[in-house]
Design a protein around this ligand. Structure first.
Ligand SMILES: [Fe+2]
Length: 261
């Protein structure tokens, strides 16, 4: 296999959310990612504001430590150095004013994976995201934008995008048929989609599927668009891994885009 990617949205930390539940499952999950060509990944467990950020970060750190130990024991220490921390933050009222919100960003970067409400968005929600970006300097990465077209019209979604967020789409959508596949293909084709994530949770129902998604995108003739998307993934990944981690992860190599199939 000679193509690579960074996954910036998945739920593999053991026992932190509804993703992997045991450290054994987490290790198998990451092996599957590696087999598919993943060269670095950021854990993005769900964060809901009913829990304090401090408590969440403690739980996340403990799960990360357990995972890294298990990866080292499994002889996967090299890849363990390419695992970073972030969160998938469910929007909550007051997020823009929350002094601690930066602790949920990718590493110490300005990027924050944000899950919008699964409702029609009130104008105040968009206003707050604008404040989050302009006053706090945080760049929201909107998790699986495709899931919100059900609740909001295209104009509202455009208003969000125009704030200057990064738009992420789930890889699995490219493996579906019908309207979902049509929508995400349109988002890819038009450049609206800027990043891709597996949003994988486990080894049974929501599995790592970046490789088949990449194959599907390539077979549809969107290689140029895919390259751009994977570059944005690499940018977010590298930002997450800088400063706070011993390993800076793997920078895109010369053969980064040599998909070879
Ligand atoms: Fe997710």
């Amino acid at each position: 296999m000679n193509y690579h990617f960074h996954d910036i949205h998945s739920h593999f930390l053991p026992g932190v959310d509804d993703g992997c539940q045991t450290v054994g499952e987490s290790v198998e999950f990451l092996k599957m990612q590696m087999r598919q060509g993943c060269i670095g990944t950021i854990a993005t467990p769900h964060y809901y504001a009913r829990e304090s950020i401090d408590t969440f970060c403690s739980r996340r750190q403990a799960a990360y430590n357990e995972l890294i130990n298990a990866m080292n024991s499994a002889g996967l220490g090299q890849f363990a150095g390419n695992i970073g921390l972030a969160a998938e933050v469910a929007y909550y009222k007051g997020i823009a004013a929350d002094a601690d919100v930066w602790r949920l960003c990718y590493g110490t970067s300005k990027y924050l994976l944000l899950e919008m409400p699964f409702t029609e968005w009130n104008p105040s929600v968009l206003r707050e995201i604008k404040v989050l970006q302009s006053s706090r300097g945080i760049v929201p990465v909107i998790a699986h934008i495709e899931r919100f077209f059900e609740f909001n019209d295209a104009k509202t979604i455009e208003q969000l995008i125009n704030i200057g967020v990064i738009v992420q789409v789930n890889s699995g959508c490219f493996l579906k048929h019908g309207n979902t596949a049509k929508l995400v293909t349109h988002l890819l084709k038009t450049g609206t989609m800027q990043a891709i994530g597996t949003d994988a949770h486990n080894l049974t129902k929501r599995v790592p599927n970046m490789r088949p998604a990449i194959e599907q995108i390539l077979s549809s003739g969107y290689e140029q668009q895919l390259r751009k998307v994977l570059k944005t993934n690499a940018m977010i990944y590298n930002a997450a891994m800088s400063d706070t981690h011993i390993s800076r992860g793997v920078a895109p190599q010369d053969d980064f885009f040599n998909f070879g199939f």
